[in-house]
Write a protein that binds this ligand. Structure first.
Ligand code: CA
Ligand code: CA
Ligand code: CA
Ligand code: CA
Length: 361
């Protein structure tokens, strides 16, 4: 079903909830700018299996109000609301350090681990910087019915976009998947059922670069004071271009096709490095003359020609840019385990990528 919520009281509550959500998500994003990201995957993913908060991917200090906590544990991102949790808004979550540019497609698994009926906690996958709500949720309207959308089922999926809360669909799921897709200026939310994605709603959205958050939240007037615990897992950016601190994160492959990427700093040759094209990124738009790898510029052939070529090194049907940099110019030492590529597109946009290296004598 696809319903406009018509009750004024409901609308007011949802408006407040929207403002609180935006404020909460904004807080998460502001926190993310303090992170010192140096590299990130072009298409981000995280299975949380290392039980360690990776500060290159996520802002990790996102707890609002009294009570809620989050931890990467049991190979998931777990969020816990003890019964005493309180605040006008309270919650916890992760927010991506990098932002997504243009069309994107992200999904995440969720699991409701401690979940009393109608406890008042919302669980959402959201885009944070679109200027209006952009969340797809497995939400739990409160048993305090008069404070929380009377007349609707308590356990639901919904999309909360620029057109308000829509697509409220009753659900008994204690585990499932949420997905958010931006195509042009349209945002669509989905949940997963019976082996397929079910669209919840589509609405107009901003095309701004946006961080993505995984979070859960509630409010004093709707939280029922019971322990609640849930988890996110298997976050995947299926499609998208990640922009990290103003630079497009590009996938690179030092010594294309070979691994480990052994480099002898004393050698007189060049090191090939490929900037790979993806569904969202065209490496042929990188200006070869702008590229450096750990400070080393392109090597020159006779007659001063820069050494680069366009070839499909990973056989995915897309041309990649392969450049050769002068080995002796690499600003690396024997303890380094990664090298950073920087450059510009022909339109001036900055790009950055990194790959592992093994320095050999
Ligand atoms: Ca996992
Ligand atoms: Ca981790
Ligand atoms: Ca390689
Ligand atoms: Ca390719």
């Amino acid at each position: 079903m696809n319903n406009d919520v018509s009750s004024v009281k409901v609308a007011n509550c949802l408006t407040v909830c929207a403002k609180v959500l935006i404020a909460f998500v904004t807080l998460l994003v502001v926190a993310s700018f303090h992170s010192q990201a140096t590299a990130a995957e072009t298409v981000m993913s995280d299975n949380f299996n290392d039980n360690y908060a990776n500060s290159l991917l996520w802002s990790t200090t996102n707890v609002v109000g009294t009570g809620p906590s989050l931890s990467e544990t049991n190979q998931k991102l777990e969020i816990y609301f003890p019964s005493f949790s309180n605040g006008s808004a309270f919650g916890a979550g992760y927010s991506s350090v990098c932002k997504l540019r243009g069309d994107f497609d992200v999904q995440v698994d969720y699991e409701l681990l401690l979940w009393p009926f109608a406890n008042g906690v919302r669980v959402g996958l959201a885009a944070a910087n679109l200027g209006s709500p952009a969340a797809v949720e497995r939400t739990n309207f409160s048993a305090n019915i008069s404070n929380d959308v009377p007349g609707w089922p308590r356990e639901v999926y919904l999309a909360h976009f620029s057109d308000g809360v829509n697509g409220i669909t009753e659900s008994a799921d204690f585990a499932g998947k949420l997905r958010l897709v931006r195509t042009g200026d349209q945002l669509t939310g989905y949940y997963f059922a019976s082996g397929g994605w079910v669209p919840i709603n589509t609405a107009y959205t901003s095309t701004n670069d946006t961080a993505v958050s995984l979070s859960a939240w509630s409010h004093d007037n709707i939280f029922t004071g019971q322990d609640v615990k849930l988890a996110f897992d298997n976050f995947i950016v299926n499609r998208g271009l990640a922009v990290c601190q103003g630079k497009i994160a590009v996938p690179i492959d030092i010594k294309p096709g070979s691994s480990p990427n052994s480099i002898n700093l004393g050698s007189v040759g060049t090191v090939p490095v490929a900037i790979l094209s993806t569904a969202s990124f065209d490496a042929t738009q990188v200006d070869p003359a702008s590229v450096t790898l750990s400070g080393a510029a392109l090597a020159l052939k006779g007659k001063g020609t820069q050494m680069y070529s366009l070839e499909d090194v990973d056989a995915d049907g897309r041309l990649d840019l392969v450049v050769h940099v002068t080995t002796s110019a690499l600003q690396l030492n024997e303890n380094d385990t990664s090298a950073i590529l920087e450059g510009r597109l022909y339109d001036g946009t900055l790009v950055k990528g990194s790959d592992t290296v093994r320095i050999v004598p």
